[in-house]
Design a protein around this ligand. Sequence first.
Ligand code: FAD
Length: 538
Amino acid sequence: MSIRVSNLRLPVDEPEAELPAHLARTLGIGPSELGRWRIVRKALDLRDKRQLRFVYNFELDLPGDEPAVVARARGGAQVELHEEPPFAMPDPGPAPLPYRPVVIGSGPGGLVCAYFLALHGYRPIVLERGTKVNDRIRDVKTFDGGGAFEPESNYLFGEGGAGTFSDGKLTCRSTGPDVIRVLELFAECKGQQPGKPSILYYHRPHLGSNRLPAVVKAIRQKIEHFGGEVRFHTRAEDLEFDAAGLKGVSTSSGFIPTSVAVLAIGHSARDTYRMLARRGVPMTPKPFQFGVRIEHRQEVVNEVQFGPRHSKYEELLGNADYSLVASGGHDLFTFCMCAGGHIIPSVSQDGYFCSNGMSLSKRDSPFANSGLVVTVPVEAFEGTDVLAGVRLQEKYEAKAFELGGGREYRAPVQRARDFVRGVATTARPECSYPRGVTPTDLRQVLPPLVAEAVKNGLPQMDRRWHGRFLADAVLVGPEARGSSPVRIDRDNDSRESPGVPGLFPVGEGAGYAGGIVSAAVDGLRTARAIVGKYATLK
Ligand code: FAD
């Protein structure tokens, strides 16, 4: 049993060193009576611009009579007894495991699954089509600087998956022991920095693209330490299975016999989706997010969000972020907002262009960008087969590639005001995208229902920002990969593909996660299912 204190509201400049005193006062006890305590959530309340506040939730143990303290507590915060099941993994199951399990993909889903398999003695082999993270950093920098595109080493493929060059926001809608265990693993691999807000409790934990490579590398080293192996430049190209289950994985470096494979391929391995469809692995089309990226000057976002005292809050809190929704036939919403960030080419196939955003840990570029997306329903996929959504993405990404000057990989852009007025932009606007931009009419790279929702939603968002959302904002697009357009089906309990015993679809590409932490938690839970079913290797 422990105590949960929720909604303790304090000014943002209140030092964290004062938190034990506030907690003790809320509970009506002396500070020395406080046992172990931790912040479980810290959120920024922007409603009163004269006095921004943090809203804290805590969990704590008291050496004394906890129910009596809870009954006595008074003040604005909510105080209650709380019980959460501890994090647990099962004992190894009975099914024999003749070969090492294979994990396909080293994104957060695959890496975390492999980590827990290795930790429990299963010695997984991780297959990654791309390169080690250090080589990947070089390839991405070369591409950003105007160099050649590397089809197997880019913003989406390579060690750490899409997570490596992501913005590194470690937000997750769900909570509980599995989420905390994953955040603990990331924190351990990041190395705690005294004085920095901990990713274990901050309201919107953020690592930044410059910190993620070290985390990814540290997880890989742990997998190797516990007997696992990571094979780079090794693409899974086919699966061999019959009604009894999986027999092995054909790769670009030869065949690997196995009866257990985790499919953690992310949402951009379209060649792998096609292989799975050919092989008859059960998959279902699913709605996915499609839209554009919008960019403002960061100072505009700070002024709107922090209000007249923005300079004081910028000093205390850094650059502001935001989140907006506009309702309509299809709601338009902001997604993956990168304060102090850059727009990047989220490209994994030569001949196609897609935008996304990232930021470094300091979040200090003069630009703020955010996805601005609509959930596209399956009925709008222009086809009924399982890969119709993938083809819809490819159709508009190919058009964007052509508009951006082909292999120049310039980003098609349009002023937000021009988009709403329905006129093409002709002069080149300022934009953080590194390879240069082509002013155009972005409706050419958006499905009609997405273009309509952006056109109708932008003025609503502008009203909420009192005319500052549209002024000078630039749109870049398309942002076609907000989530996966297919689900690789799996059984709820066993987490295996219904058609292929031993095949475990995991993470964003399989349609069960959206984001770094949720993909990682999905990987952890699949590792738990594998441990509970199979005996460890002899
Ligand atoms: P992925 O990370 O996509 O990993 C899949 C891996 O599988 C890749 O390494 C790929 O090379 C490999 N692979 C694919 N096919 C094969 C094959 N056939 N054989 C061998 N290997 C294969 N999420 C957040 O939570 N916060 C953010 O701030 C954030 N920002 C983002 C910014 C950008 C630019 C991008 C692109 C994404 C961002 N995301 C963010 C999303 C997040 O990165 C993904 O949700 C997450 O990485 C999904 O994890 P995953 O393991 O399912 O797949």
